[in-house]
Design a protein around this ligand. Structure first.
Ligand SMILES: *Cc1c(COP(=O)(O)O)cnc(C)c1O
Length: 373
């Protein structure tokens, strides 16, 4: 049996006719950039998240950049985030001219450790940017309590958390602003690049709407220094169709995660934590093992593809050496980077495939020489 890490084609095939029809309608309408489909998607995704306003942009990174700008973040400011994330989270802070200040993640949830926030806050701190890593909500109540106390803006990096819920609230509706990515491999993926900013503030939504389109309120009336961050019409049309399936896809991911938990308990892997209060949407099924490279090779030899998210914490990437952090400073993030292995996870997987992956993990434990490993 072959178990790919991800199979976007399997998701496309049953939707093919509907999607090609919608793409044809966009072309016929000649609304190649923004337009009705994008506007309708913004409304539908806002309703899905339980938030007042959504503004669609051309990537999750652009969403982060504009959310930070709408929060008033700029040169001389500091934004607190985590090193255990995709590089875009930290990169977007620097795009604004602000300085990323890092705090470690919690060893159970792998998301921002709120107990480290106060020590990181200075007079320059403007915002806190937690990441709902792997689709697991960050501890928003604790983060918001500290943010309110110090007058800071909270921006959720929900790029991996479409449909995730924290204590009954959808991710994207909890902080002051939130950012999603629709990169094809995300839980809700466009057929190209895409992203969105969600917010309950009409004023911030208006600012993001202007910034994505050259800072103009009306054509050629450039009120702000803006960007070309507009979403394409085709992506809006594709995302509208796919959004109708997101709940079913998310439930399928959660069933696969439950099957992994049953099949892998006792196998020697450290399995992901899921709070009974929250809805983890398993963008990534992340296990930890000190034998990562060997296990990945073993699984690959049996036809099971795996991934690593991410092999280096941001503070140890060469590009961010200038932040001045050292190895050993964020031990939890460093351990996750050293030991994390992502098992195959996509809605269309079969129970035969999750069972096969679990058996392949158990066979690794029973392998010859295992006693000396
Ligand atoms: C994917 C991702 C981003 C960036 O989104 P793009 O659409 O690829 O620009 C940002 N943050 C996190 C946590 C992500 O996973």
């Amino acid at each position: 049996m072959q178990v790919p890490f991800l199979d976007l084609k399997q998701q496309y095939l049953p939707l093919k006719e509907e999607i090609l029809g919608a793409v044809a309608r966009v072309f016929d309408s000649a609304q190649f950039v923004l337009g009705q489909e994008v506007a309708a998607f913004e409304q539908e995704f806002a309703a899905y998240c339980g938030v007042e306003h959504c503004v669609a942009v051309n990537s999750g990174t652009s969403a982060l950049h504009l959310a930070l700008l709408a929060a008033g973040v700029g040169p001389g400011d500091e934004v607190i985030t985590v090193p255990c994330t995709f590089v875009a989270t930290v990169a977007a802070v620097e795009y604004t001219g602000a300085r990323p200040v890092l705090v470690d993640v919690d060893p159970v949830s792998y998301t921002m450790d709120p107990s480290q926030l106060e020590a990181a806050i200075t007079r320059r701190t403007k915002a806190i940017l937690p990441v709902h890593l792997y689709g697991n909500p960050a501890d928003m109540d604790a983060i918001l309590a500290i943010a309110r106390q110090y007058g800071l803006t909270v921006i959720e990096d929900a790029a991996q958390a479409h449909g995730a819920e924290y204590r009954g609230m959808r991710c994207g509706s909890i902080g002051d602003l939130a950012c999603f990515s629709f990169y094809p491999g995300k839980n809700l993926g466009a057929y190209g690049e895409g992203g969105i900013v969600a917010t309950g503030s009409a004023e911030r939504a208006r600012k993001v709407r202007m910034l994505r389109d050259w800072g103009a309120e009306r054509k050629y009336q450039h009120v702000l220094k803006g960007f070309n961050y507009r979403m394409e019409g085709v992506q809006g049309a594709v995302l509208r169709i796919k959004l109708r399936h997101l709940e079913a896809w998310t439930e399928a991911r959660r069933l696969h995660a439950a099957a992994y938990r049953r099949g892998l308990t006792g196998s020697g892997l450290h399995l992901p934590w899921e709070s009974p209060e929250n809805r983890h949407v398993y963008h990534v099924y992340a296990v930890l093992t000190p034998h990562r490279e060997e296990l990945a090779r073993w699984l690959s030899a049996q036809g099971v593809q795996t991934g690593i998210h991410y092999p280096h914490p941001v503070h140890l990437l060469p590009a961010y050496a200038d932040l001045g952090y050292r190895a050993g400073e964020f031990p939890v993030s460093e351990r996750i980077a050293a030991e994390e292995l992502s098992l195959p996870m996509f809605p269309e997987m079969t129970s035969g495939q999750t069972d096969f992956v679990a058996e392949a993990v158990w066979s690794f434990r029973a392998r010859p020489m295992a006693a000396t490993a």
